[in-house]
Ligand binder design. Structure first.
Ligand code: SF4
Length: 316
């Protein structure tokens, strides 16, 4: 198992000229910024299943829950070709140990949601899922997935990035050391991160670990991974962050002067009202963690869940 985060991605987003007209849909954030921290596995369903470049564009038609993939002008039906190729491709992708997939929005093959499906009268409803994506998500139901368009929303970006980094840390742990004590260390280090997403899941994961000896190791890990991914999929809202920040403040009860406490409370209140982004209270808290040498907090992933250079907490 490699240490790099591997993500599947719709090939055109990387600037590859694979669209029906030989163009691409390059995305600067994915290529220039996130691309520094992940390695991509590009997939173009339409080219890889043999439709060629250039090609007649395709669209989804019929029942939005079970549409067909048909060319727009000549009406050629590529559904069976695409589905049988997709089933083989997802088997191959298992060997890549992907931490997630970024799809191209609106595409009849690669769109994750709200893809146009055309009815008999030729009018579209935005209720479809791309033909390849449907097969992919059935095969990897819990793997983090997103679309290029949705990743422009900073809260969705934060959520996706946190999930892929957490999944890679979890997989690294399993690859390096499966002792139960290390599993507990992992859980402890992720406490505040999990609380910022779902206190309920954090408690459930704690109960699972308390009864760890009742489970065969593989079953224990699988159950824990499912709960980890389910927890992190829930959005970390400002309200949940405020609860975690107040919880964090409790560790400095004896250290902070009255003035420092007042300042920190004011900054948390400003974050809570949307006046400053999360990076502001986090920077002050990281300063206190270093200043007052808090060993328990130093190991908390929540304080540095992903590279600062991604600037995600500057915008949430
Ligand atoms: S959206 Fe998907 S099928 Fe279309 S060009 Fe991009 S990768 Fe290929």
């Amino acid at each position: 198992m490699e240490n790099t985060i591997k993500l599947g991605i719709s090939s055109c987003l990387l600037g590859n000229d694979v669209r029906y007209d030989g163009s691409n849909s390059s995305d600067r954030f994915l290529i220039d910024t996130l691309g520094h921290y992940v390695s991509y596995v590009p997939v173009c369903p339409e080219v890889e299943c043999g439709l060629g470049i250039p090609r007649e564009p395709v669209r989804l038609v019929g029942d939005p829950d079970n549409p067909r993939l048909v060319t727009t002008r000549t009406g050629k039906d590529y559904t069976d070709l695409m589905v049988s190729w997709a089933r083989k491709r997802v088997q191959e992708l298992e060997t890549e140990h992907l931490c997630g997939f970024i799809f191209k929005k609106s595409s009849p093959s690669s769109g994750m949601e709200r893809v146009k499906v055309y009815g008999e009268k030729g009018y579209p409803v935005k209720k479809g899922v791309g033909m390849f994506v449907r097969v992919f998500m059935e095969h990897f139901p819990r793997l983090p997935v997103e679309e290029d368009g949705r990743l422009n929303d900073m809260h969705l970006r934060e959520n996706f990035v946190e999930r892929i980094f957490a999944l890679q840390r979890w997989r690294n742990l399993l690859a390096e050391d499966t002792r139960r004590s290390h599993h507990i260390d992992f859980h402890t280090a992720h406490k505040l991160l999990l609380l910022s997403h779902s206190p309920k899941h954090y408690q459930g994961m704690g109960r699972l670990l308390a009864h760890a000896k009742d489970y065969p190791l593989q079953e224990l890990y699988l159950n824990y991974e499912v709960m980890l991914l389910d927890a992190l999929k829930l959005m970390a809202t400002p309200k949940k962050h405020v609860n975690v920040l107040q919880h964090l403040m409790g560790y400095f009860k004896k250290d902070l002067s009255a003035d420092e406490k007042k300042e920190l409370l004011e900054i948390i209140a400003r974050y809570s009202s949307g006046l400053v982004p999360l990076i502001v209270p986090m920077t002050l808290i990281n300063h206190y963690v270093r200043k007052y040498d808090q060993p328990y907090l130093k190991q908390q992933v929540y304080l540095n869940p992903h590279p600062l250079e991604l600037q995600i907490r500057n915008h949430v």
